[in-house]
Structure formats: C-alpha cells, structure tokens
Write a protein of this length. Structure first.
Length: 732
C-alpha cells in the first residue's frame, strides 16, 4: 500500500500534482521560517556564550592570569576590554588570540582596530598602551561589529590594581548570573525563559499550518477512498495511503524549506535581532534541529491526515457516510479559563527558581493557546447564531447558517491567525511594559560624565586628574564628591523617595555645574547625592555640611563628575584621561549612555519579540490562504448547485467573504483580549508590574495583519467562477 500511495501521489494526474505542489509550497514556507527562527534562537545562545570568556572568574589552573574585566565605551558603543598579565608559561590563552599579549601590547577586534585608526588618539587610542600586536579572531567576538580589546601588562603592575582577579580557566559559556557585573550578554537564567516562550510560540502556528495543508481537498480524497473500499480496501490500508500522501508532501516541503533557509542564511545573520549582527556560522543547523524538523514535520503531517479521517466511515459498498456532527459544547471554554487561571494563580506566588518560572509561565501560556483553538468552534457557532438572527440578506443568512451548522470548518481557516495575534499581543504587551517602565526622561543631560568609585576603589589623596581635566578643551567644570567618615553624621533629610544625601561636595566646585540643586548662601560644603543630581525636576537647596574644605580633601573619593560642552571630542578625551588614571570595571559614562545600557537587554528581547510576531503572522497567513482555498475546493459542488438554481456569482462571493471574515474578526477580538490579559498576569506575577497598554503602532500592525488576511481571502474569490460551473455539478 505504501507503493500504491506513492503512485497515487506522484502519478495521480493533474489534480494530484497541483495538490502536491500547493501543499509542498505551503510547507516549505512554514518550515523555512521555523528553521530560520529556531536556528536564530540557537544563534542567540551561541552569540551570548561568546561573552563568557571575558567574564571568567575561575582561579584554578596552572599559572593563572592576573585578570581585570573592563567595560569601556565610545559614544553609544560598548567596548569590552580585558587587561591581563601572565604568571608563567602555562597561563591560559583567551579564544581568538594566537598568544598572550606582552607588556606594552594589545590585540583589538577588527572593528575596534578600524575605529582606533580613524579616531584622534586622545579620544580613543591612548586608552590602550603600547602597540597593536594583531586582531582578535571571531571565536572571541559576539558579533562582527563587536569592539573588543585584550591588553597586556606586567604581573607586578596589574596585580596591584583594585578589582583584579586570578583566572586559571577561561569560561566558554555565559554566566548564570552577574552579581559583580558582566560584560554584556544576557544571564543564562533569563535567556532560558525567553527562548522557551519564543520556541513554543513559533512551533504552535506551524502545527496549525501542517494540519491545514494536509486537509486540502479532503472531500475529494474521501470520495477516492470510498471507491477504494468498494474494491476491497480495508480501513487500515486507507489510512496508510492517506498517511503516505501527507508524508510525501511534507517531505518535499521540508526539504525545500531547508533549502530556502540555507539560501537566505547570510542575509538573516546580518539582521541585528539582538542589537548586533551575527556570524553566519551562528545560524548553524544542529543535528538535533535537523532531525527534529526533518522527522517531526512529516510525522505531524501523517498524524494530521489520519485525524482528518477520524469522522469518516466508508462502507464496503463504497458509500461515504459522515458521523452526525454535534454542535460544540460550552465546555470548550474550560481550557482557556484554566490557562488564564494558572497565570493568575502565580500572582504573588512567583516560583523562586528559573526552572520553576519556565514551567509555571510557559505551561500557562501554552494552555491558553490550546484553549483558544479548542474554544474557537464554540465561539464561531455563537457568533454564527447571533448573525443568523440578525441577517439582512441572502448572502449573510447563508453564511451565518453555514457557520452555525459547521463552526469547526469556519474556525479552522483562521485558527493560525488567532494564535499569531495572541502571541503578538503577549509579546508586545510584555515588552512594551518593560520599555515603558525603564523609559528614559524626555530630556537627558549628555554633558555630565560620571566616574563612580566602587568598593575598595578610590582616588588617592591629591589626585591630579581633576586639575588635568579642567585644562582640556570642552571641559567646563569638575566636581569631586567625597564619602564621609564615621564621625561625620549623615543628615536624615530625605528628598522625595530618594532617601537622604550621603556624599560631600565643595560648593565652590558645584557653583558652575548645571545640576538640579544649589548650595545655601555662604555654605562651603554641602550634602549631595553621588552624581550631584536630585530627584526628578527638584531644584532645591542642598543641606549644608559641617565639614571644612580642608578636611574635605582628605576624605575618600566616591565620584568625579565632569561637566563638558557635550561634544564627542570633549567627552571621549575626558573618558580617556579618567580611564587611564583610574582603571575600573565600568568606565566613565553619561546619563544618556547609562540609560542606553540599562535598556539594551530589553531592546534585544523586543527584537526577539518582533521575530516571533513576524514569523507567526507569516505562518498564519499561509494557513489562512491554504484554509480558504481548501474550503472552496471542498464546497465546489454545493456552490455549483446554487449557481444552477439561479444564485448570482456575486452572492456566492459575499457568502465566502462573510464566512471567512466573521470568525476572523470575532476570533481576533478574543485573541487580543486573551493576549493582553495573559501579559498582564505574567507581568504581575513575575515583575509586580501592571500592563502598559500598547500604543497606536500596535493596533496599526494588528489592523494591517487583518487587512492582509482580508486580501488573502479576496484573492481566492475569483476561483469561484472556475470551480462552480455546470460541468462541476454534472461530473461530481
């Protein structure tokens, strides 16, 4: 029967060839997008892991390196830098380097080397002492555009710096957490949750696409199976033939889908989904991905083909009989309510572990997605009955009655779009809320360069850097804030929700600064916040400190604030001076740069959400087009009979349009509502945030998606003239 099924599929005439081509093309598009998305998710992990080497912390190993990770910057770009010194011949070599740099040498990434060559030395090149010994290979670069440097020092020099650690083993993966700070990347714990949700959101629409395509010309196949039963075929043999037909189309579509991915892989790698482009090798097809898709999609197609025959019983006499379809029951709403209930349960009960959070939220969202598909026929039936009672014409009455009589078929064609809209709404709702919660003020001061000293780091007494900075072009003032000793009481005078100021500053230095506060008249020393900025638009008087200016200079420095004219040259030259004198993990930064860095991860998540949105909508569009075309093919005989009885072609077109549009609009409303509610429950449970309603751009995207769906429906309407002629009714 397998060979017979292959012959029917591959040599079954023009109709079989057209069906094979249509199903294969739809499968190829869906599989291509799925493979690209899954390979992209693997690429995100690979890219993230290449940040791991710079975040090494393990000291065990022969001849460990003296090691200091530093996160520098140039404009809005981040520079990852590692200062190291070998302690022996067996010191480990970081990836991407042919050897360890010696004192007075450094290696730079190709992009950083080009930037150094094109920038005045005082603004960038002087930060890296010595000569450029070579470029860093791709193994150590998260992206082709990454700015990375490895600088060599003498052991006796580097070992004296605060914050230096000993590293005997180079890390190969991203850290699970960053309590002491990391160089970029997303902690593994957060990445697992993101990728888990994304993978589930992408696979579900593909399942619907596979199920939709395998039902193309289902009625025609059932008639052929009835004839086969008449000549003695058993139900099992019929099932084998159906499975072979579906599997062949799926295999061809899967192979073409892999080919499409390989053809466009380089172009996909250049898209900065995570904020930076990937290497094409990052989008490699792992053996598990190839095996999973190559076997899973054909298997899924075969199962879908068998399930589509579950309600068809063909008698030995060749009479195809369908079991009486009972109307959907209200219990179909239970899975949807159960999924929402699970998400609501974890509000105030967030699991403590990453695995627990993945299980709680991923399963809840997955159950909601299943619930939407299960509840869809009941909702379609309810809408159809309401529309039938309020029908205002022949077309609307016929369409409403057909929806009420066979709601499963009416919902099936739009089920993929429902899931896509739900995924889109959840992604946009969560990411939009996170972005709004961390949104920067409308006006960010780019003229203040902050140097923050942490833990044991400080500037020495009589630090010459502030005086040197004041002589540089574009620098208007320099303020040094100091940390009080235990014998200096901190004032218990909070300013809003910021608590009380705990740093000391000389009012003479503060006078020329453009800050949100000022000293009291005749005050010499004042209490300020580190960074000398107040909360919000506060512009009050800083509390006066009972400390003399002479003693102030003996206290430990906790920050240096450099007031510039905001030009790139002034900022970068000051950053170079400060970084050379005070090598710390985090380089001096402006408020604008700090805001950009704190939102970088969320922007990466937003791009991943965009991938989910675009991919799921594209797969759903394929499902809709195939579903509508398949529905027309299955109903060409009743439509032909209606035309023979005098029903105008334009009326039939209105019937088809109303049958497709009605469940589409109703399901879209339900999907949007469920998506916004799911996003709100997730935000409340995981982050104690309320949903920030999506902006107009989101609804424009939704309307555009619905408009594209309506266009896909309209493209199928001309088929009615070709498939509803008198010869169809006569031949059927």
């Amino acid at each position: 029967m397998i060979r017979f099924g292959l012959r029917l599929t591959l040599a079954g005439g023009r109709e079989a060839a057209v069906r094979l081509i249509v199903i294969s093309v739809a499968m190829a598009l869906g599989v291509g997008m799925l493979v690209a998305a899954l390979a992209g998710l693997g690429g995100v992990s690979s890219q993230n892991d290449r940040y791991g080497w710079a975040n090494s912390r393990t000291a065990e190993g022969p001849d460990p390196l003296w090691w200091q990770l530093r996160v520098d910057g140039f404009g809005t770009q981040s520079i990852g830098r590692v200062d190291l010194a070998a302690t022996g011949p067996r010191s480990p070599v970081p990836p991407g380097l042919p050897r360890l740099p010696g004192p007075g040498e450094y290696f730079a990434s190709p992009e950083l080397a080009r930037l150094i060559a094109a920038t005045p030395p005082a603004e960038l090149g002087d930060r890296f002492p010595g000569r450029l010994a070579g470029t860093i290979g791709d193994d150590a670069l998260p992206s082709p555009a990454s700015l990375v440097a490895v600088v060599g020092y003498a052991p006796d020099v580097l070992s004296q710096r605060p914050g230096v650690v000993r590293v005997g083993t180079i890390a190969t993966v991203a850290p699970t957490s960053c309590p002491g700070g990391c160089w970029s990347g997303i902690p593994t714990s957060g990445l697992q949750l993101i990728l888990g949700v994304v993978a589930a959101a992408l696979i579900f629409p593909l399942i619907i696409l596979v199920g939709t395509t395998t039902r193309l010309a289902a009625s025609r196949r059932e008639q052929r199976f009835a004839a086969m039963r008449l000549v003695g075929a058993t139900p099992r043999q019929i099932s084998v033939v159906a499975a072979v037909e579906a599997t062949v189309s799926a295999v061809v579509g899967t192979a073409v889908g892999f080919g499409l991915f390989l053809a466009f892989r380089d172009s996909l790698a250049a898209v900065p989904f995570t904020g930076a482009p990937m290497f094409p090798a990052d989008l490699a097809l792992s053996s598990s991905l190839v095996i999973g898709v190559a076997l899973g999609v054909p298997l899924l197609a075969a199962v879908a083909a068998l399930v589509s025959l579950r309600r068809v019983r063909v008698s030995p006499l060749g009479i195809a009989r369908r079991a009486v379809a009972r109307p959907p029951r209200v219990w179909r709403l239970l899975p949807l309510l159960a999924g929402l209930g699970e998400l609501a349960y974890f509000v105030g009960r967030r699991p403590q572990t990453t695995d627990g959070q993945i299980l709680a939220y991923l399963s809840g969202i997955f159950v909601v997605m299943i619930g939407l598909v299960v509840a869809g026929p009941w909702l379609t039936m309810a809408v159809g009955r309401v529309a039938a009672r309020r029908a205002g014409g022949t077309a609307s009455l016929i369409a409403a009655r057909r929806l009420a009589g066979n709601p499963r078929a009416g919902f099936r064609s739009v089920s993929g779009l429902v899931i896509a809209l739900f995924v889109t709404t959840v992604a946009v709702g969560i990411m939009g809320t996170l972005t709004a919660d961390r949104a920067a003020p409308s006006a960010i001061d780019r003229s203040l360069l902050h140097t923050i000293f942490r833990d044991e780091q400080t500037a020495p007494a009589g630090d010459p850097v502030p005086a040197a900075l004041k002589t540089q072009p574009g620098v208007r003032a320099v303020v040094v804030t100091r940390h009080p000793t235990d014998d200096i009481p901190v004032p218990q005078t909070p300013l809003g929700d910021w608590g009380w100021p705990s740093s000391l500053v000389a009012c003479a230095d503060l006078a020329p600064m453009r800050t949100s506060g000022r000293c009291a008249p005749d005050a010499e020393v004042a209490w300020v916040y580190s960074g000398v900025r107040g909360p919000g638009n506060w512009d009050g008087v800083w509390p006066t400190a009972d400390v003399s200016p002479a003693r102030l200079t003996t206290l430990r420095t906790d920050s240096i604030v450099t007031y510039t004219d905001g030009s790139t040259a002034a900022l970068e030259q000051a950053r170079t001076t400060l970084g050379a004198a005070h090598p710390m993990m985090y380089a001096p930064f402006t408020e604008a740069e700090w805001n950009a860095e704190t939102t970088r991860v969320f922007q990466g998540w937003q791009r991943l959400a965009d991938v989910v949105v675009l991919t799921s909508l594209a797969i759903a569009g394929c499902s809709l087009a195939v579903g509508v075309a398949g529905g027309l093919s299955e109903r060409k005989r009743p439509f032909s009979l209606l035309r023979l009885t005098g029903v105008p072609l334009r009326t039939l077109r209105r019937v088809v349009a109303l049958e497709s549009v009605t469940p589409l609009l109703a399901a879209a409303v339900v999907a949007l509502g469920a998506g916004l509610l799911s996003a709100h429950l997730f935000l409340r449970a995981q982050m104690q945030l309320d949903l920030h309603p999506p902006g107009p751009a989101f609804y424009v995207v939704v309307l555009a998606g619905i408009a594209a769906s309506l266009a896909a429906i309209s493209l199928t309407l001309p088929l009615l003239r070709q498939i509803t002629g008198p010869e169809v009714a006569r031949n059927e």
